[in-house]
Design a protein around this ligand. Structure first.
Ligand code: CA
Length: 220
């Protein structure tokens, strides 16, 4: 799952990027409002974390610009603790949730998981498909109850397919969700990851839709 982190406090941004990457996200970063606005409009993020106090263009203006342009990605805004008006303005401008600084990273992760669930119409925190279970809280996967060790890319690929169980997903879309922007992407590697997932989870877990991409199999 690809996520945009917009935060101009470099130390905080470093900490959050580490936490988010460990939780399984492919993280892109922006430290000013102009960069953030551009990235949000051009890259296919599943979630956005947006600090409101930013140089260049303030976070509220960035958010309004995104929503005016039709961007529907869930946005969580980061506000200063005392500024309750920021929260009201943020939500009115189209934010889906907010968090006041300082906050525990675990709370940010929990709120982001909830936003992702809502965006995909899921109430259950655990994704299930036949014998397969994926728990975003632990970034863990089990098959018939037995833990399966996946690399970050294998996990992201499987997660994206499990979030879109009824859909064929193109290799391009999978590539975009697997890597952060500064990564040297190669859509051919998707085939390699799919082959590895089939070896680890059973060949039926991912079906090939020839010329179109991949979809989740039945795993029964
Ligand atoms: Ca700031």
């Amino acid at each position: 799952m690809r996520l945009l982190l917009v935060e101009d406090d470099a130390a905080l941004a470093d900490r959050l990027a580490t936490t988010l990457t460990q939780a399984g996200y492919a993280v892109d970063r922006a430290a000013d409002g102009v960069d953030a606005a551009h990235l949000g409009e051009t890259e296919p993020y599943q979630l956005i974390v947006l600090d409101l106090g930013l140089p260049g263009l303030d976070g509220l203006s960035v958010l309004k610009q995104w929503r005016a342009g039709g961007l529907e990605t869930p946005v969580l805004v980061l506000t200063a603790r005392s500024a309750w008006t920021d929260k009201v303005e943020g939500i009115d401008a189209g934010a889906d949730d907010y968090l006041a600084k300082p906050f525990q990273p675990e709370e940010l992760l929990a709120r982001l998981r909830a936003l992702a669930r809502r965006a995909h119409g899921q109430a259950n925190p655990v994704l299930e498909r036949g014998r397969l279970r994926l728990d975003p809280r632990a970034a863990s996967v089990t098959l018939d109850g037995a833990p399966v060790t996946l690399t970050a890319q294998e996990y992201r690929l499987l997660h994206h397919l499990m979030l879109n169980p009824e859909r064929t997903v193109s290799r391009t879309e999978l590539t975009e969700q697997l890597y952060a922007q500064d990564f040297d992407r190669d859509s051919n590697t998707i085939e390699v990851f799919v082959a590895r997932l089939r070896r680890k989870l059973g060949s039926e877990v991912i079906e090939t839709a020839r010329g179109l991409g991949y979809r989740l199999g039945a795993t029964r």
